[in-house]
Design a binder for this molecule. Structure first.
Ligand code: DC
Length: 215
């Protein structure tokens, strides 16, 4: 089975790009951030503390997480697509994704997905830890300012009350957590195709990837 792995910081457009590339190639799209977000949501619902590692890992072991190519997320049959994007879930996921044992179970689940289908998988450690031998590896980047602008515009369109500064601070905090976790940290390597999308349109990024994968 073929694997296209895409890593990058939050707000770099990985989701939009990976979803569209998967659609054009007729591959399965896998949003690994959504999988971590499901565990975060479950831990909040069970009133677990962030440091109750064993219980948090247990939640994942017993969870049925289904991702669709359209980006919908089902947790034990319930549509949680919107619930996993609340600020509360987002804040916690950044912390609990540092649990090493959780990452081990998560990786196993993620690797299993590539035994059935060709996949486009996006996250933080896909090119380095989950599929270091992926057929194609990409690191999708954008400046903090551009990522803040994009998220700010999205929020305003959705009617979410926020300030530019608060979004920038939260992106910077997540970048720090993502790049400094002891295992599965977001890292740039020579093997990744590096794309800085700060001044590129979505279509330009997609065409760049499609050219590299030879379609
Ligand atoms: O891509 P996202 O913002 O939905 O990811 C949510 C969180 O999950 C983010 O804080 C980093 C973490 N994550 C991770 O540690 N490893 C991955 N492969 C994907 C996401």
């Amino acid at each position: 089975m073929k694997v296209i792995a895409i890593d990058g910081p939050s707000g770099s457009g990985k989701g939009t790009i990976a979803k569209e590339v998967a659609k054009r190639l007729n591959y399965t799209y896998v949003d690994t951030g959504a999988m971590y977000r499901c565990v975060s949501l479950m831990s909040l619902r069970k009133n677990l503390e962030e440091n109750e590692k064993e219980k948090i890992v247990g939640l994942l072991e017993n969870a049925d997480i289904k991702l669709t190519n359209e980006g919908k997320v089902y947790l034990n049959g319930e549509d949680v697509s919107d619930l996993i994007r609340t600020p509360e879930v987002t804040h916690r996921v950044s912390k609990i994704s540092s649990i090493i044992e959780l990452r081990e179970v998560m990786r196993k689940k993620q690797r299993e997905l590539a035994t059935k289908d060709n996949i486009v998988m996006e996250g933080r450690d896909i090119t380095t830890e989950v599929f270091p031998d992926a057929d194609y590896k990409f690191y999708l980047d954008a400046s903090v300012e551009e990522r803040t602008n994009r998220r700010y515009k999205q929020n305003i369109e959705k009617g979410i009350d926020c300030t530019y500064e608060s979004i920038k601070a939260s992106i910077e905090e997540r970048d720090y957590d993502d790049m400094h976790r002891p295992v599965g940290a977001l890292t740039r390597t020579n093997e990744q195709n590096y794309i800085d999308s700060s001044n590129m349109s979505i279509e330009e990024v997609i065409s760049t990837i499609m050219n590299i994968v030879g379609e």
